[in-house]
Write a protein that binds this ligand. Structure first.
Ligand SMILES: [Fe+2]
Length: 152
């Protein structure tokens, strides 16, 4: 499995989202480094966490786009749903004993490169513009509360 090098062109300029994307990259790289050391229990735990974290990230991102009034939210949600379906299939196959870590890594890699650089980049300017307004409207609690809601 291929490692991902975090580069500036993967940044969308929204620190909380960039940090989550970086965390997913770390998961992928940890998975990549575990390829030869087949402790299935550790790999299973890592894949569970990776899948769980990715879903929380999607939910958080959708909430942020909704709050900012992003007009292509439903299209973006559709992309997340398509990924979710594919990840869920691979996750079930993994739990049934198949070695899908390579496929899972490849899928997430595609998602990272393509999805971040196109879909995520396209909502970024609006969210960057509205972010302080969103925080102000909620007395500075929106970010903290929403993170707690999806990443507890
Ligand atoms: Fe996204």
């Amino acid at each position: 499995m291929q490692r991902v090098e975090w580069t500036n062109d993967l940044e969308i300029g929204i620190p909380v989202i960039d940090a989550q994307h970086q965390r997913i990259v770390e998961y992928i790289n940890t998975l990549a480094s575990m390829q030869d050391d087949i402790d299935s229990d550790t790999v299973a735990k890592l894949i569970d966490s990776l899948v769980d974290y990715t879903f929380s990230h999607f939910a958080f991102e959708e909430s942020l786009m909704e709050e900012a009034g992003y007009e292509y939210l439903s299209i973006h949600q559709g992309t997340h749903e398509a990924f979710t379906r594919q990840i869920t299939v691979l996750h079930s196959q993994f739990k049934a004993g198949q070695d899908v870590s390579k496929d899972l890594g490849k899928l997430l890699l595609t998602w990272l490169i393509d999805h971040i650089q196109s879909d995520d980049q396209s909502y970024a300017p609006l969210v960057r513009e509205k972010f302080s307004l969103i925080e102000k409207k909620s007395d500075g609690n929106w970010l903290g509360n929403t993170l707690k809601k999806f990443f507890s």
